[in-house]
Design a protein. Structure first.
Length: 686
């Protein structure tokens, strides 16, 4: 059973089978669970980790960039004196490398000196973007778990690593103790069916995915890519696709470890000085000898299918990754381009630079267009110089920037001005991100960006020779989803150990805040965010007041908030969690959460549960009732921690309205809550 989705010249079969965590523990593990199993610590003997479980993880590596100094200050504030494992930590400078002010140079110096004092691997400004360095230098390696205090750590999935972002408190915890916590997310299988047509790139694939599945289908999911011809997708394309799973809303995006990837590493052995500490004949041979893949009976929350053969070049925007346009359609609009960009961790590798140079060779950048280029790393730039691609771009009129993030994040030279149109091979085109909020930003492949820079308008390589962009024909393929059906499974009959001081069950009346996308400004007003002396009583008073001024009068201590989808989106302020705790509410339930809110909640000892069935039941119950922003439901939730089961009863009639299995809250996570949050736990470890 599937739903057919059409996008311009693309036909997609969406096959979605949601496996609720209610009572199903499958025998097999998917690839994400297998990698987490390897890097989880403190598990009970014979514990097999599954989606939904809270676990403590000891990642292979943890990267931080320009935010290393704020992390260092938090690290010191915890009372830590030395980094637990300085081989685990990597520091890079990449975001604001064009900034030569005394203040920024002082911060950079502080980071470098801190790294030197603690014996941490450090890469200075100009060496490259942190994610590229993590891959080049082998920190992120197939089948390992590597985290970074940056949202685009998903990139590591392109080489078969599980890369996922963390917040600064997590980074400080890893520095101090070697570990932090993670709740294993639901895992979506994304099947890339068929073969890519000529002229279609990895960027076109992920732009199409973001535009077709634009209703949060993979929000806060881990993604595993599969496909009958996935071995034909080059590693650089995989890195681009994995990188932008962040924009798609996912926490990770992992490609399989296959012959294509192994050959990519074999080729690298001839380029790297040997023996390299992490990428060498021994580590590559171990990868060959210990291939890991998902079990055949692994569980996936969703199965999405994209027919690659139906794709043509796609462009994202303006100002949203959820809007995808075919190149053919935009080309007809003759949209004048003011600025073009070949920068960032998404599309500035050697193959990207060469592809752009091949388009531009023999031509000049159009008058009135500024074309900015920055390699993903100094190594990439040297390689591009060696093959002549870098010179080709400069001779055509491109403006060079140092290896780093720069205009991708709205820093340094070349930002968009009011009324301008920019086309970029970066990953985000949020309104105002790359300059003026009154500019229009589009995302495309390096080939389309280069062609547009020459044409002076958004267009494709075919037009440089006087031709027209080809319009592909719609292709539809059937999808047999029988393999995704629920296989025989057994209940987990082992009880979760409950630590002394942690409740065996949590119970309270559900308070319905019936809205999606309640942001952190709604939960805790921004005017208080940077006031460091707001007392707990005041935090409790203003909690949720921007969402509903009556919230305070309708709720009491011990209540449980139940809300819609993407609760806690927006700013990363920790007070959104601590304000709810100040009202003596220990638990929030929602259809889904903003990822940073989820991490800030546990880090501050606020528990969260994702139960989409519950919010849907309540919405059905009150669909014909007068609208109330905050409503006492008379339904009482009981979370039995020992059995990892939630039961919801109607308090008036006593009947059970929902009974569901949830992720196990292991003793490691319980200990963090008992200690008052992650910082308290770290201090106890020190």
């Amino acid at each position: 059973m599937g739903k057919m989705v059409a996008l311009n010249n693309t036909r997609v079969i969406l096959s979605t089978r949601c496996f609720s965590s209610s009572a199903k523990y499958f025998a097999g593990q998917n690839l994400t669970e297998k990698i987490v199993q390897k890097y989880a610590v403190g598990l009970p003997s014979n514990k097999i980790v599954k989606s939904g479980d809270y676990v403590s993880i000891k990642p292979a590596h943890c990267m931080s960039h320009d935010n290393s100094w704020p992390v260092a200050l938090k690290f010191k504030g915890l009372g830590a004196k030395s980094i637990k494992d300085n081989r685990q930590v990597v520091m890079t400078l990449d975001h604001d490398v064009q900034n030569k002010t005394e203040k920024n140079l002082e911060k950079y110096s502080n980071i470098e000196n801190f790294a030197k004092d603690h014996g941490v691997d450090f890469y200075p400004a100009g060496r490259g973007i942190g994610h590229q360095i993590m891959i080049e230098e082998g920190y992120a390696f197939p089948l390992n778990l590597t985290v970074a205090s940056d949202s685009h750590s998903n990139t590591y999935g392109g080489i078969g690593a599980l890369g996922t972002p963390i917040v600064r408190t997590d980074a400080a915890s890893i520095w101090a103790t070697g570990q932090t916590w993670w709740q294993i997310p639901p895992v979506a299988k994304v099947e890339l069916k068929g073969r890519l047509p000529k002229g279609v790139t990895g960027k076109d694939v992920i732009v199409a995915l973001c535009g077709v599945f634009n209703n949060d289908e993979v929000l806060n999911h881990a993604i595993e890519f599969t496909g009958d011809h996935i071995d034909e997708i080059p590693v650089d394309y995989r890195l681009t696709i994995a990188n932008m799973t962040t924009e798609w809303g996912a926490l990770s995006g992992v490609f399989p470890v296959d012959g294509t990837l192994i050959n990519w590493y074999k080729e690298r052995l001839n380029k790297l000085p040997q023996p390299h500490p992490r990428v060498n004949a021994e580590t590559v041979q171990k990868l060959i000898d210990n291939k890991t893949q998902a079990d055949k009976d692994a569980n996936y929350a969703k199965h999405l299918v994209l027919d690659l053969s139906s794709l043509s070049p796609y462009i994202s925007g303006p100002n949203s990754v959820k809007i995808s346009n075919s190149l053919a359609d935009l080309s007809k609009q003759n949209l004048k381009v003011n600025k073009a960009y070949l920068v960032s961790c998404t599309n500035s590798r050697l193959s990207d630079i060469k592809a752009a140079a091949d388009i531009i060779k023999g031509h000049k950048i159009a008058e009135g267009v500024e074309f900015y280029i920055a390699a993903a790393s100094s190594n990439v730039q040297k390689d591009a110089e060696a093959i002549g691609a870098w010179k080709t771009l400069i001779d055509a009129g491109a403006i060079t920037l140092p290896a780093g993030c720069g205009p991708c994040i709205g820093l340094g030279t070349g930002l968009l001005k009011e009324g301008e149109i920019g086309i970029s091979a970066t990953n985000r085109n949020f309104k105002g991100r790359m300059g003026s909020k009154d500019a229009l930003a589009y995302l495309a492949s390096p080939e389309v960006v280069a062609a547009s820079a020459v044409l002076g308008k958004i267009g494709g390589p075919e037009e440089i020779g006087g031709g027209a962009v080809n319009e592909t024909q719609t292709i539809l393929k059937e999808v047999n989803d029988s393999k995704s059906s629920a296989s025989a499974s057994a209940e987990s009959d082992s009880a979760v150990e409950v630590l002394e001081g942690f409740p065996k069950s949590i119970e309270g009346e559900l308070i319905l805040c019936d809205a999606d996308n309640i942001n952190t400004d709604g939960i805790y007003p921004g005017k208080y965010t940077y006031q460091d002396d707001v007392p707990r009583e005041k935090m409790a008073e203003v909690c949720m007041e921007n969402y509903d001024a009556e919230f305070g009068s309708k709720t009491k201590a011990g209540d449980i908030i139940i809300s819609g989808f993407n609760f806690g989106t927006g700013s990363s302020r920790e007070q959104a969690a601590t304000a709810i705790l100040a009202r003596d509410m220990k638990l929030v339930v929602a259809g889904s959460f903003g990822n940073i809110f989820s991490r800030n909640s546990i880090n501050n000892a606020l528990l969260t549960l994702e139960i989409p069935d519950l919010i849907n039941k309540l919405r059905s119950k009150y669909k014909d009732a007068p609208k109330e922003l905050t409503r006492r439901t008379g339904w009482f939730l009981n979370w039995n921690v020992e059995t990892a089961t939630v039961v919801v009863r109607d308090g008036r009639e006593g009947e059970i309205v929902l009974e569901q299995k949830v992720g196990e809250l292991g003793t490691n996570l319980q200990e963090i809550i008992v200690k008052g949050g992650l910082e308290g736990w770290v201090k106890s470890q020190l």
